[in-house]
Write a protein that binds this ligand. Structure first.
Ligand code: MRU
Length: 361
């Protein structure tokens, strides 16, 4: 995807020193800054402090974290320590564990002297694969938008999305926004309702930013508006991403996704979840009970960041200082509210038989 006309991925490796570059997403949309990860701890901090976020990009960053760790100390002890340190950075997105497992199984039987080069190679493969998976999700999701466009010839297709499951959440393309970019590029008139996604505003800050960079018409709405728009026939479909989907089709995603799914169900609006295979956890059957939900800091709820009248970036408190806060970062949408999963293998039903047929070799 392009930022002001220049092609970027969200993460890349500087060939000469092995350092890893990322787009610092805590600065968007107010400033476009590249940050450099020079060691294992930098990668852990970037994930934990959300300079990178979005399940696939968290996995890709963890993979490069392992490469940085192996470059500095390829011993077996350090391999285990690095994997444990990265694993603890964020608990919900299964892509993190998936990427670490992939690195560990590649590295564990290699000679220490070979581990650094191998870890960089695996990280690069994970990134390239993510781009391919997301582009494929875009192609499959496009068929859903095309079908909708055939039912409404000449009319704009209104798509609601929650959080940021665009290219900033992946290495490129995105999951939920990938079909929208494909539809826009083929000339289908699309318009996106962007949930602001409190408390961290990934919709308002990130989805709006990247849709704007691509020229896709969009409107930011506060999180409580979606149900009302659906009741008035103003949403043709919902497209969201996922941090972890169980083998039974329960979908864990950014907090607030469940309420949108309920509203979609009540209003017969199709609710699609774009899920690349590394986000599907085949070991889990019950999303509500088995997926760990990340609890984040009070400050994300008590404060908000924006530009003041002079254009200076400002961080202001919006709560009484004595008020308690609870900040669950994700929720689980039971599979019965999911119309279908859009995967790299195609559009499939959100149930065990369909997921098994597609992904359990
Ligand atoms: O807390 P975040 O910003 O990492 O949460 C991101 C989401 O919930 C996304 O919808 C999900 O990771 C899918 S991204 C392709």
């Amino acid at each position: 995807m392009k930022i002001n006309g220049t092609y970027y991925r969200t993460i890349w490796c500087e060939e000469d020193q092995g350092h890893v570059s990322i787009i610092d997403q805590t600065r968007l949309p107010f400033a476009f800054k590249i940050a450099t990860l020079t060691c294992l701890e930098d990668a852990r901090d970037a994930i934990r402090d959300m300079l990178v976020r979005g399940a696939p990009l968290v996995g890709a960053t963890a993979a490069y974290g392992m490469a940085l760790a192996m470059r500095d100390d390829p011993s077996h002890e350090h391999l285990e320590l690095a994997a444990d340190l990265l694993f603890a950075a964020r608990p919900t997105a299964v892509n993190l564990a998936w990427a670490l497992e992939r690195q560990k199984s590649a590295l564990v039987n290699a000679e220490p002297a070979e581990r650094s080069a191998l870890a960089y190679q695996v990280a690069a493969e994970i990134c390239d694969e993510d781009v391919a998976l997301c582009e494929s999700i875009g192609e499959h999701g496009l068929t859903l938008i095309e079908a909708m466009a055939e039912r409404k010839p000449g009319e704009t297709i209104h798509i609601l999305t929650h959080c940021n499951a665009g290219w900033l959440a992946t290495v490129d393309w995105g999951t939920a926004l990938s079909p929208i970019y494909k539809a826009f590029d083929t000339g289908i008139p699309v318009h996106v309702w962007v949930d602001e996604t409190r408390p961290r505003n990934q919709g308002a800050y990130l989805s709006a930013y990247e849709l704007g960079q691509h020229g896709v018409p969009h409107t930011v709405i506060v999180d409580n508006v979606g149900g009302h728009l659906m009741q008035h026939g103003l949403v043709d479909m919902c497209l969201v991403g996922t941090d972890r989907t169980t083998r039974t089709g329960d979908v864990c995603n950014k907090i607030g996704t469940y309420l949108k799914a309920l509203a979609a169900h009540d209003n017969q609006v199709p609710f699609y979840v774009c899920a690349p295979s590394p986000s599907i956890d085949l070991t889990l059957a019950d999303g509500l009970r088995e997926i760990p939900i990340e609890q984040r800091a009070r400050e994300e709820v008590s404060h908000i960041t924006g530009l003041d009248a002079q254009g200076n970036l400002t961080h202001v408190e919006i709560l009484p200082t004595h008020s308690g806060v609870r900040n669950d970062a994700f929720d689980v949408t039971p599979s019965r509210y999911v119309t279908a999963l859009v995967t790299e293998k195609g559009v499939i039903e959100a149930n065990e038989a369909a997921i098994q047929a597609a992904f359990m070799e």
